[in-house]
Design a protein around this ligand. Structure first.
Ligand code: PMT
Length: 319
């Protein structure tokens, strides 16, 4: 492993996104429209949250055949997006291509075709047992899309993810404390810088592969200090060792000046999280498999965000 690069050199050497201008224009339009929109919950303006979701990849070759991946199905980000929309937020959903999508979580991984029946030669319909759930999902998804409160931006690599996060954060800086970052994506800590990466497929005839990985700069500090200094920021902490989880979450809280850190263990992340904020620790557990842990997480965060907006605006602005 070689030393952490500074954020400027990371961005200077990263392969640029193909359609930067168009992406920035979509984010700017979304932010401008939603931030001038009154909140559907009554009183104040609509809040905007950037939800990041899924794992970033680290390519090993520029014409990529092999890559290192990060564990994440995208379920947490997709479920959280649904509950943020229900709570009246506009959501920028920055997600890994092919990962779990909002309102599609109920779709089976294995046999999507089990959802359909061929009724006549030219007609296919959803099987009776699934119509309620599909109708509900279509209704909620259409409401978010037609109401203009959901913007979906896909990434695959760490290069794409961090460029998108920077774009969203800088476009959202005008939203101030009404903006929120909910960083549930599993982000690579180590990578191969583009300019030192093999161009073509690495050949196995050369024997064992000896490779040095550089450290990805921790973007939480840059997000807090430069891109979105007044936003409400929530980062996640994933560990496998329960003895260090809370200590690492508290460290992230103070080192990166996060408002909240959601701490979870790989073995139990679907059942339990600990919400760590200044001086407080709240453990949230789900009672049954039918329940979404994210519903409880978002309820708690929405309240903390309201208090933050109130304190940031000296109680003058409605939240
Ligand atoms: O998607 P699911 O399958 O439902 O799983 C959800 C989850 C377990 C992935 C999710 O709950 C979770 O914990 N996500 C964060 C995983 C992670 O990257 O943890 P970390 O401890 O490695 O990083 C902590 C924070 O630092 C993250 O918020 C990350 O955005 C940030 N980071 C990480 C690396 C880096 N170079 N820069 C960063 O800013």
């Amino acid at each position: 492993m070689v030393a952490a690069e500074d954020p400027e050199s990371f961005f200077a050497t990263a392969p640029p996104l193909g359609d930067t201008g168009a992406v920035v224009a979509r984010i700017q339009e979304f932010v401008a429209r939603n931030s001038s929109h009154p909140s559907s919950e009554g009183g104040g303006r609509r809040r905007i949250v950037c939800v990041t979701s899924g794992g970033t990849t680290v390519p090993l070759e520029q014409r990529c055949v092999r890559y290192i991946d990060n564990f994440s199905s995208g379920h947490r980000g997709a479920a959280s997006t649904e509950y943020f929309l229900k709570a009246g937020y506009a959501v920028i959903f920055v997600h890994r291509r092919g990962s779990c999508q909002p309102f599609c979580r109920f779709l089976p991984d294995d046999s999507f075709l089990n959802f359909f029946d061929v009724t006549t030669e030219s007609k296919v319909q959803v099987v009776e047992s699934h119509t309620t759930v599909v109708k509900k999902a279509i209704g909620e998804y259409s409401k978010a899309i037609e109401g203009g409160s959901l913007l979906k931006l896909p990434f695959t690599t760490i290069f794409e993810y961090l460029q998108l996060l920077k774009m969203v954060a800088t476009c959202m800086s005008s939203v101030g404390p009404h903006g929120m970052f909910y960083l549930a994506a599993a982000v690579s800590d180590f990578y191969v810088p583009w300019d030192s990466m093999a161009k073509h497929k690495i050949q196995s005839a050369g024997g064992p592969l000896d490779m040095k990985l550089s450290q990805v700069p921790k973007m939480l500090s840059v997000l807090r200090n430069q891109w979105a200094p007044t936003a409400f920021c929530i980062s996640f902490k994933l560990e496998t060792d329960s003895d260090i989880l809370i200590q690492k979450a508290e460290m992230a809280l103070s080192k990166y000046k996060m408002n909240v850190v959601v701490a979870n263990l790989l073995a139990t992340y679907k059942e339990e999280v600990v919400i760590v904020s200044n001086g407080e620790r709240n453990t949230i557990r789900r009672c049954s498999e039918d329940e979404d842990l994210e519903e409880h997480i978002i309820k708690l965060l929405e309240k903390s965000h309201s208090k933050y907006i109130y304190s940031s605006t000296d109680g003058c602005a409605k939240n």
